[in-house]
Structures are given as structure tokens and as C-alpha cells.
Write a protein that binds this ligand. Sequence first.
Ligand code: BJW
Ligand code: ZN
Length: 251
Amino acid sequence: MPDSVSRQGLEDSRLVRAIRESGRVGVLTGAGISAESGIPTFRGAEGLWKKFRPEELANFDAFMANPELVWAWYRFRRDIVRKAEPNPGHRALAAWETRVGEFTLITQNVDGLHARAGSKHLVELHGNLERDRCLDCGRTCTGARAEEGDPIPVCSCGGRMRPDVVWFGEYLPEDALIQADRAAAGCDLFLAVGTSAVVHPAASLPRLAKRRGAMLIEINPEPTPVSAYADFTLYGPAGQLLPELLRILDA
Ligand code: BJW
Ligand code: ZN
């Protein structure tokens, strides 16, 4: 483990006890957990795609104004994700799930890497990059199939397809949001991993967990709004810190 990763928090007896004794664990992940798989984050130095911010591309108006540009962004990202592999952070969370009674992994990521790492009780809040949805009939299909045709994929009904993800100003899938709220409100340990915690409603989940009495641990190389009220912020990369937490659990 490099010096930049603080061991101080990891050795704290409250943290060790919470990890070993928690039977109901909730986790919220963001783009940072996939950074070590080579997938760029949204915000921050490496988070920019050309000169666009996510707010400019990840919304319906942008799509209607320039669908070619928005599709180019999603194709670019699909290419990266298809070549990427889950990293030790994804795998540690998949292993943790097998060790406790209740474990809900809530992700804002659309890259599918948690499922590929073996996580089962997974809630995808912002959709999935591999799915397209028809603007006219609502049918969904995998991106690979839709991409065979046009630069703007077309449904069998003739309608235009969009990526089946949640853009700004759009509602999150109701089921997913209910499951996420339930897990955050009912857990005794909540981890916020690799998220800048600025996009709502996902960003409200750590506070909900804390308010309902859970211990809150954040993992991020940088401080975020969550750091102000987390019980512990472990400053460092998720791909190193999550396997450390698993070792504590297994010790
Ligand atoms: C590492 C690391 C390593 C790096 N290890 N860590 C309340 C208050 C204010 C605004 C709102 C509010 N409620 C709703 C809103 C509006 C809006 C919103 O939140 N706006 C704010 C930005 C101001 N929210 C919405 O519009 C949402 N819908 C909604 O609320 O519906 C109800 C409604 C309807 C109509 C009107 C009004 C309300 C929808 C949000 C959808 C977000 N969609 C996106 C795109 C998804 C599809 C796609 O991928 O293309 O989701 S935007 C983008 O941001 C993506 C992400 O999931 C999301 C969060 O980003 P994330 O994951 O946190 O990534 P980063 O890059 O920000 O951070 C990475 C972090 O990792 C950093 O902290 C690094 O330090 C760290 N890191 N390396 C660990 N190795
Ligand atoms: Zn259709």
C-alpha cells in the first residue's frame, strides 16, 4: 500500500468492529471505482471528454439538438468499457456480499463492471451503457444489436434509439430508487466509494444512511461533501482500500 493511503483509519477499532460486526451493509459506488479499470471519471482532470462536461451531453435536449454528438460520446465510452475488466475494488465488493446476511450494492455507474465481477444484489440507478431504448415504442435492446445499422441506431419500429441511461432532469427507475432508499435506511454500515456526491438523488443516500444510524465510511482520494459527515474517510484508491477492508472482515 503506497504512503498516500492513510492506514490510520484502517486501524481504528471502531472501524474494524463495524466491518466485522455489520450484518446489513449498503454500498454506493460512483465512477471512481472504475477509474483503476481505465474508465475515465466524469469530473476532474481526466474526467473530460473533449471539451464537454457531462451536464452538456447527458440530457435529453442535448440529444435532440445533436444526436450524432451524443451518440459519438456513448460509442466512445462503450469502446472503453468493452475493453475494460473489473478491478480488485469491484471484486472485493462481490466477495463481501457472500460474507454477510444483507448486502446491497447501489451503483451510479452504467459500465456493468460490478455484475461482471460477480455482484448479485446490485441496483443500477442510472441505467446501463449496453442497452438502447426506442424513443417511440420504448423497446430496449443491447447496444451491440442497435449499432449494426445507422450512426443513430434505429428500432425495428422505425423509431430512433437512445442509450438506456438516466440523463439530467430525468427520473431514476422507480424500483431501483426504492431499493436504494430501503438499503440506505436499513443498513448498519454504509460505504460511499468513488463518488463526487454532487448528483442527486444518489448523493443523498449516504446522509440518509447516517441519519438512520449506520456507520458511514467513505473511500475517495479527494474530499467530497460526504467527508464532512462521514465517520471515516479513507483517502486513497478503491482498488487498494476495498481489498484491505475485506482482509479486515476475514481476519
Ligand atoms: C476515485 C478514484 C479511485 C477517482 N478510487 N475514488 C437536489 C439538489 C440539486 C440538484 C438536484 C437535486 N435533485 C435533483 C437535482 C437535479 C440533478 C442534479 O443532481 N444536479 C446536480 C449536478 C446539481 N439530478 C437529476 O437530474 C437526476 N434526476 C432527478 O433528480 O429526477 C427528478 C427530477 C426530474 C425532473 C426535474 C427535476 C428533478 C438525474 C441524474 C442523472 C445523472 N446522470 C449521469 C449520466 C448517466 C449516464 C451516463 O453515464 O452517461 O450519471 S451524470 C454523471 O454523474 C453520471 C454519474 O453516475 C453521476 C455521478 O458522478 P460520479 O459517479 O460521482 O463521478 P464523478 O466523476 O463526479 O466523481 C468521481 C469520484 O471518484 C471523484 O470524487 C474522484 O475523486 C473519485 N476517484 N479515482 C476511488 N481510484
Ligand atoms: Zn421502437
